[in-house]
Design a protein around this ligand. Sequence first.
Ligand SMILES: [Mn+2]
Length: 350
Amino acid sequence: MNHKKTETKLAQLKAILENHKSMLIVLQDNPDPDAIASAVALRKLANVLATVQCSIAHGGTVGRGENRALVKYLGLNLRPIQQIDTTQFKLFAMVDTQPGTGNNSLPDTIEPDIVIDHHQCIQSTRHCRFFDIRSRYGATATILYEYMQAAGVKPDVPTATAMLYAIRSDTQDLGRDTTKADIRALTHLYIPANKRMLSQIQRGKVRRDYYRMLADALTNAQVYANAIVTDLGQIENPDMIAEVADLLLRDDRTDWVMVYGVSQDKMLISLRTYQENARADKVIRHLVSRRGTGGGHPSYAGGQIPIDKLSAKGIEKLQKTIVNRFVKEVTANNLKPEPLTAADSKSAAT
Ligand SMILES: [Mn+2]
C-alpha cells in the first residue's frame, strides 16, 4: 500500500481514538506472535496519538513456549476475554483477526470500531467504522509498522523486537506469503530489536508434557502419498496444532499437512502446504463447510468446528469426514495411508 494511503488511514484512526479514554484490543483465540506484537504496536499508537488506555484480551490460551516467552519479555498483561466486563469499554479494536471469523471470542453483539488484519476481508468487517485489511501482507505487524512510520512513532526496543519476531514467524523468515512491505519493515526493525532476547524467545522453555504430545503426534501421523495427517486428540495447548503442522511440512516427500485436535468443545485444524499456487485458505473453507469456520493464507490456514453437541462417536465420524475430504482434495484418491514413523516407509503406493 502506498504511503499516502497509510497517512489517510492514520488520520482516520487518530480521529476515532481522540474521542476516547480507553480501548479494548481483541486478539484471536490462542494468539500468535503477530497478534501479540500488533496489539502492542496499536496500544503504542493509541497512547501517543490520543492518550487512550488499552487493555488487551483474547480467548483460549497462550501455550507455545516461544509465545509465552514473548509475553513475559513484553511484561504484557494479556487478559482472558471471558473475564472482561465489555460494558466498561466504548471502543473496541481487533488485530490479526476479524469479526465473525470464528477464531476470536469477542461477543457477536459487539461490532469492533477498528479492524486491522492481513487475512481476506470478510463481509462483516466492511460494516466497521475503521478497517484496514491488506490480505497480501505477510503480517499484521507490517501494517502497524507502516502506521508507526507515518506517525513518526519509534517503537521501543521490546515493541520492535516483538514486531520483528511477528513478521519473521508469520512469514517463516520471509519464506512464505511475503511482500516487499514485510521485507522493508523487517529490515528497519532489525536495528532497534534486541537480537539476544529474540534468540532467547525462540528457544523459549517448554513444559515437560510437550514431549509426550510431540511423541503422540508423530506416532499418530499417517502418510497419504504427498500428504501427512495427524490427530493430536484432546489438547490443552492448541498452539501445538500449528507447531506440529510446521514440523511435519519439513518432511521431504510431503507438500500438504493437516493436523487436528480437540480443545474446549471445538475441533481445531491446521493446514500447511509447500505447493506453489496452492490455496490452503480455500481448502480449509471447503473442509469445514457448513460445519464450522476457517481461513488463512495461501500456504497456511486454520479452521474450527464446534463439537459441543456431538457424542464421542459423532466426533469420530466428523474427524473421519474431514480427513477424507482433505485427502480427496490434495492427493490422488483411494490411497491407503501408512504410518509416518514406520520403518523404511517409502510411499503409500509401493
Ligand atoms: Mn498474522
